[in-house]
Design a binder for this molecule. Sequence first.
Ligand code: PMP
Length: 376
Amino acid sequence: MNNKDRIYNFSAGPSMLPADVLESAARELTNYAGSGQSVMEMSHRSEEFETILRDAERDLREILGIPANYKTLFLQGGATLQFSMVPLNLLGKSKKADYVVTGAWAKKAAEEAVKFGDIKIAASSEASKFTYIPELRREDFRPDADYVHITWNNTIYGTRFPYIPDTGDVPLVCDLSSGILSEEIDVSRFGLIYAGAQKNIGPAGMTVVIAREDLIGFAPRTVPAYLDYKIHADNDSLYNTPPCFAIYLAGKVFKKIKREGGAAALEKKCLEKAEKLYDSIDSSALYRCPVERKDRSRVNIVFVTGDQALDKKFVAEAKEAGLYNLAGHRSIGGMRASVYNAMPMEGVDALLSFMKKFESENKDKRSEKRGQERSV
Ligand code: PMP
C-alpha cells in the first residue's frame, strides 16, 4: 500500500486506523497464519480465534491496567446499546441513577435510562450549548443512587472531563467511547466503562465493556440474554458469535500500542497534537474555539470562524487539499478535527498549514471576527 494514496481523515468515527495494522491485515486477509482461511471465515470456537480473542483481552487489560476484579467484554451493538444495558443491569437496588448531561450522547444515554428507572439529571451544560463540563461535588449526587453516569469525552461538542467526579460509594459509569486509549486512566475509580471501537480501537461493530465484578449479575430475569453482562462474563465474550474480525483488528492495534510505549506514550502524542491545534486556533485572528479552555477535548478539536458560509468554504477547500471530514457534527456546524491515535503528526501539520493559508486568503473576514469575539 502506498501511504501517499491515503487521505488525512479527520472523521469523528469511524476514523483512521494505523496503516501498518491495515497492511498486516491485508497480508493475512485470505490466509491467516497459515490456517488456509481468513479470520472472517473462521469458527469463533476454533483454537486460532480463541487465541486472537484471549490475546486481545490480555493486551487491552495490560494497556489500561485493568484490575483483576474487573471483567473485560467484547460485545456488539455500539455504545448505543450500552445506553440501555447499563440501566438494565445496574439499576438493582434503589432503581435510581444520576446522569451528567454534557452533550448529545450523554443526553441520549439519560433518555434511554429513563425507560428503566428513576433518573435524575445531576447537572447539565445544555443551556450553555455544552461548551463546558460542570464542576461536581459528592453532594450533587443522590447517595442511594445505583450509579452515576458521565460521558468522558463529548465527541460532538469537543469537551472532556478534566477530573474524575467524586461520587462517594456510588459506582461511576463512564462512556469512554471517544476518550479510550488517548490517555492513561485509573480504571479502579470507575464501576463500569464502555466504549465503541470505531475511534481509537478498531473498526465499528465491537464495543468494549469493562465492569467491576461485584456490579454484575443483578439483571432482572426478564432481561434478554444478550443484554445481561453476567452471561457474557460467564462465557468470556463467547456466549454467541462475537464481532470476530473487529476483535482481530483491535488486537493488532493493541499489540502496536504495546510495542510503541503503551498508554503513557499515547497520551503524550495525543497532547502534542491537540496543543499544536489549539495554539494555532488561539493565536489566529480568524478561528475561535467555543469550548472553555480547561474542558477542551484532546481528540475532537472544535473551531469556528463565526461565519457559516466561510466555515463551509473551509471544509470544502480542505477536502480539495486532501484533508477530509473536517465539518462539525451536523447538529452544530463549524469545524471539527478529530485527531485520534492513527492520525499522524504530518496530518496535523498539513491541517495547520492549510489553516494558515486559508486565513491569509480570507483576511478581509478577520476584523469582522475580532469584533464578534469581543461580544461573545
Ligand atoms: N457515545 C459517544 C461519546 C460517541 O461519540 C458515540 C458515537 N460517536 C456514541 C456514544 C454512540 O456510539 P455508537 O454509534 O457506537 O452506538
